[in-house]
Design a protein around this ligand. Structure first.
Ligand code: NOJ
Ligand code: CA
Length: 507
């Protein structure tokens, strides 16, 4: 057995459950569909999957509005379906990480329903963050929702409740012991079922600054130019993760947690992955970096240094269910393929988002009437929101729904232009993006180990070696970059013995 914990180098594949595969013909992806398609993920070569929330939910925010943390939403299946999926995944050697949403519940969670009924000053209200109006009759402070507009909504008796996201997502009060105990119990519920870990939603948001000071009075700009806000990255969150780590460590089999956390500096982010806290944090600086050798090298160096401070592995990610797909963001499929080889050659763990292995682009032309993202609604349609990266996957066939479902209807419409990009088509084509990902993940199993050393290269090229002698070279262009020997894998064809612009190669 490998002495290194599995998660330090794992490739983890994000499943947006409603859009992966549909098993019962209602046009909505579900746990049964995921289970049937697990062999695809084994063949792709991932170590683990991370499932976005599948809990009982009104689905105001794609399931990040949880009404029952111990139940599966009937639209995606049952608890038995979950157990069967988990069992099959484990039998195929795939670990399963699930999303935990501790910052807020759904407004339909029984605790919030009880809080509304119980009235001001009640113990039921103390599980959430209720406050009276400000002296001017307005909301208690100036905090804004991440999705736009005020973070406060007034209820019939005049009090206001805090929601850092949609009004249908009231924030829990983490100073309340019942809230703490409830989440520890929820973690155990799923660990007992056999999950391999958790992705912690808004991990930096749980604790708010005492007295809930207005941003206008308290915001400072951190070293990275990010505002330090009184509702994010408060020191008090770390005590919570230390207690969660003890729970994870009390189970056999290396159960892990990965933080979705935003902090004003890499050093503050590293605190979430100290040895007695969570195992990994998403590296959004890498995702947000522009396509330039200078910017990417700086992010890579800073990420390795910050994680190194606490002995944690770095993580890398190019796309997820909240961000524009990186084919679109970086501007071309060639760049997306080169970026994938760059990411998969770096030390640490890499997160893939379903569909990136097919080279899918963001769907930018969804009709207004089908959009579901609260960002779209709360911005009055000014921001398109995140539906365009959540369109169901194309599996086979030459027209929508491309084998995703037997229904004619899919919960978001699929573009006819995806003909030719299906799993079936790409499996048969050695030049396809799917074939590139399969080859890269297979090579990564035995190569690209140990530390990273930058190699001399012209300014338009990034080149590095790993301790085992594996090398990755990325040419950002515009000039072609001559290479001295035949690479093991390239993101696109060599031309006259040179690596063209926006192409990466592995040796
Ligand atoms: C982050 C999740 O990734 C996103 O989809 C969600 O809207 C917010 N957290 C709120 O839960
Ligand atoms: Ca279904």
């Amino acid at each position: 057995m490998d002495a290194r914990p599995w998660w330090r180098t794992a490739v983890i594949y994000e499943i947006y459950v409603r859009s992966f595969a549909d098993s019962n013909g209602d046009g909505i992806g579900d746990l049964g569909g995921l289970r049937e398609r697990l062999p695809y993920l084994r063949d792709l070569g991932v170590d683990a999957i991370w499932l976005t929330p599948f809990y009982r939910s009104p689905m105001v925010d794609g399931g990040y509005d949880v009404a029952d943390y111990r139940a599966v939403d009937p639209r995606v299946g049952t608890l038995q379906d979950f157990d069967a999926m988990l069992h099959t995944a484990h039998a195929l050697g795939i670990r399963v990480i699930i999303d935990i949403v501790p910052n807020h519940s759904s407004s339909q969670h029984p605790w919030f329903v009880a809080a509304l009924q119980a009235g001001p000053g009640s113990p039921a209200r103390d599980r959430y963050i209720f406050r009276p109006s400000a002296p001017d009759g307005g909301p208690p402070n100036d905090w804004e929702s991440v999705f736009g507009g005020s973070a406060w909504t007034q209820v019939d008796d005049g009090e206001w409740y805090l929601h850092l996201f949609d009004a249908a997502q009231p924030d829990f009060n983490w100073n309340n012991d019942e809230v703490r105990a409830e989440f520890e119990s929820i973690l155990r519920f799923w660990l007992d079922r056999g999950v391999d870990g958790f992705r912690v939603d808004v991990a930096h948001g749980l604790v708010k600054a005492p007295g809930l000071p207005s941003v206008g009075h308290s915001a400072q700009i951190g070293l990275l130019g990010r505002a330090e806000l009184p509702y994010f990255d408060q020191d008090g969150v770390h005590e919570i993760y230390r207690s969660w780590r003890k729970i994870l460590d009390s189970y056999p089999g290396q159960r892990i947690a990965v933080a979705e956390a935003w902090a004003s500096t890499p050093e503050r982010l590293a605190r979430y992955i100290a040895p007695d806290e969570l195992h990994q944090a998403f590296n959004f600086d890498f995702l947000d970096a522009e396509w330039s050798p200078h910017a990417l090298r700086a992010v890579i160096d800073n990420s390795l240094a910050a994680a190194g401070l606490v002995g944690a592995p770095t993580t890398w990610v190019l796309s997820n269910h909240d961000k524009q797909r990186h084919v679109t963001r970086l501007g071309s499929l060639a760049r997306a393929r080169a970026a994938a080889l760059l990411m998969l050659a770096l030390p640490g763990s890499a997160y893939l988002y379903q569909g990136e292995e097919l080279g899918l682009a963001e769907v930018l032309d969804l009709p207004d009437g089908v959009r579901e993202d609260p960002v779209w609604f709360r911005s009055g349609g000014k921001e398109l929101g995140r539906d365009g990266c959540r369109v169901p996957l194309p599996w086979s066939g030459s027209a929508p729904p491309f084998g995703f479902t037997t229904s004619e209807h899919t919960w978001l419409p699929m573009p006819a232009s995806w003909a030719g990009l299906t799993v079936a088509d790409q499996s048969a084509d050695p030049e396809s993006t799917l074939s590139l990902y399969r080859a890269a993940l297979a090579i990564r199993r035995t190569a690209f180990t140990g530390g990273l050393t930058w190699l001399d290269s012209p300014p338009q090229v990034l080149a590095f070696a790993r301790d085992d002698g594996s090398r990755c070279v990325v040419n950002f262009g515009p000039e072609p970059y001559p290479v001295d020997s035949q690479p093991r894998l390239t993101s696109g064809p060599l031309r006259d013995g040179a690596l063209p612009a926006d192409t990466a190669a592995w040796w």
